[in-house]
Design a protein around this ligand. Structure first.
Ligand code: NAP
Length: 488
């Protein structure tokens, strides 16, 4: 494995526009959350530079759309191979800028790369149709065409996978892209630009801008009539702002927004399976995942046993700098996140909840000035607690109990969010009934992790619009054109 300095010297850390790295000064600091200290800095693009990136994407659009699907597929496939070849670099980069343990970063490399392979395979399966109109005579022909230049905004929690989940289908469909990674984690996307270039992607097809002025830069790009699609992953709050802006240009939008996942443990659940699933659904990515279990809703007959086993498992997890061997839980993204979650814990305790493990930040010694929080289990949490209503985005598991299936479903649906839910139960009838009645875009049934590039990922209600991954993910970047043909 390279040293951090070696790794960061692999790319210029400036703006990648039209196939060239700019020579801008690098003034936007990137902090390593495990130390609380600056790691490096990157260019801080102005709105004008954002428009320059869009210029490059617009200039490349027609020729990329006309590039044979097989050729587009081969480039994506080469990019997949290169990401896998450089898995150690990508993993280290993510751990340094985002904090997740190296083993999890490696997992994200595999997951993130897979979108490139999946969409390389889908690029050659874009089909239209030919049919006879019901009244005879005219023929109905439909063709699928790329939407056009895309603006992609990604969050900090999955720096590689959120980029490949958007760029993969956009390229497969024949769209060009401007991507703006989160200011906290710009480095992985920059490293990915070097891979796309090496894979033979023509200049201007993908452009990357990093900025500390996301609002102004994005507003300028979204207001430009040459842009045809906005794809965003991030908070519901920012998603609402972007949807309003996108309405000006009647843009196609895909919105992957916040979650508040219920994790329902039915009376028929196998408790070992449920606890293992709970650890996965809660602790993956330090709890900083939109799919993270946010509310544990457990049948009254199992709640005590489940809570104490979950507390034992979380208490045994090793917390520390994600680059160290054996660390299972890294730091949170920044100091604000630690403050915010401590506040949620205090508020729940004020409502009568009990801390059975963890409960506060970890400081001093090996933790230094990093942003660490002890994995926490809260029992006796009531639905009015903020940790039940808001996305926690950290390693805190609030538990409540229920007595009937109707009550469990009502609790699960008592939220504006609808991304994912988890149901654990061995009674097929009861488990499937719960899965069908919980209002989310995805359900993990006896399964704590279900993200898969071949499956449609996305939410309902305030969790978003559209799907990513699978063939549905490609549809988001295609328009349907109808050609009415009269013979003779
Ligand atoms: P965020 O604050 O909404 O930021 C997401 C992205 O939007 C970042 O690139 C950010 O740039 C940018 N941004 C912020 N304000 C903006 C504005 N006014 N105009 C344009 N862009 C703006 O969310 P986050 O804290 O990074 O990510 C956590 C959220 O993402 C959680 O709610 C999580 O559930 C959600 N998420 C959803 C999914 C999903 O698939 N549903 C997946 C992962 C994460 P800066 O970094 O410069 O602020």
């Amino acid at each position: 494995m390279r040293t951090p300095d070696d790794l960061l010297n692999q790319f210029p850390r400036t703006l990648f526009i039209g196939g060239r790295w700019s020579d801008d000064p690098t003034t936007l600091e990137v902090i390593n959350p495990a130390t609380g200290r600056p790691l490096t800095s990157v260019a801080d693009a102005t709105p004008e530079q954002g428009i320059a990136a869009l210029d490059a994407a617009v200039a490349a659009q027609a020729s990329w759309a006309a590039t044979e699907p097989r050729q587009r597929a081969e480039i994506l496939r080469r990019a997949f191979d290169l990401v896998i070849e450089r898995a150690d670099d990508f993993a280290l980069c993510m751990t340094l800028e985002m904090g997740k343990p190296l083993a999890e970063s490696r997992g994200e490399v595999t997951y993130g790369a897979e979108f490139l392979r999946w969409f390389s395979e889908e690029a050659v399966r874009i089909e239209g149709r030919y049919s006879l109109a019901p009244s005879g005579g005219q023929r109905i022909i439909t063709v699928r065409q790329p939407v056009g230049p895309v603006y992609a905004i990604t969050p900090w929690n999955f720096p590689l996978a959120m980029a490949t989940r958007k760029i993969g289908p956009a390229l497969a469909a024949g769209c060009t892209v401007v991507i703006k990674p989160a200011s906290q984690t710009p480095l992985t996307t920059m490293l990915f630009m070097t891979v796309l270039q090496e894979a033979g992607l023509p200049d201007g097809v993908v452009n990357c801008v990093t900025t500390g002025h996301s609002g102004d830069l994005s507003k300028a790009i979204i207001a430009d009539p040459r842009l045809r699609k906005l794809t965003f992953t991030g908070s519901t709050e920012v998603g609402r702002v972007l949807l309003r802006q996108a309405s000006g240009g009647i843009l196609r939008t895909s919105m992957e927004l916040g979650g508040n996942a219920p994790f329902v443990v039915l009376a028929s659940a196998d408790i070992d399976k449920a606890v293992t699933g709970a650890v996965q659904a809660k602790m993956r990515n330090i709890g900083e995942a939109c799919t993270a279990a946010n509310r544990f809703i457990v049948h009254e007959s199992l709640v005590e046993d489940f809570s104490s086993r979950l507390a034992d498992r979380l208490a045994a997890m090793r917390v520390g700098d994600g680059t160290a061997d054996g660390v299972e839980v890294g730091p949170l993204i920044n100091a604000d996140a630690v403050d915010h979650i401590e506040e949620l814990i205090k508020e729940a305790v004020g409502h009568g909840a009990r801390v059975t493990t963890g409960g506060s930040r970890l400081t001093g010694g090996d933790y230094g000035d990093g942003f660490f929080l002890a994995p926490t289990v809260l029992t006796g949490v009531t639905p009015e607690c903020r940790c039940f209503r808001e996305e926690i985005f950290g390693p805190v598991a609030p538990v409540t109990s229920f007595s009937s299936l109707d009550e469990a479903v009502a609790l699960a649906n008592d939220t504006e969010f609808g991304l994912i839910g988890y149901v654990f139960g061995e009674s097929l009838t009861e488990a499937l009934t719960a899965a069908e009645r919980i209002e989310t875009g995805m359900i993990g049934l006896n399964s704590g992790v279900i993200s898969n590039p071949a499956a449609p990922f996305g939410g309902v209600k305030a969790s978003g619009l559209g799907r990513e991954g699978s063939h549905e993910g490609l549809e988001e970047y295609l328009e349907t054109k109808y050609i009415g043909l009269s013979l003779g």
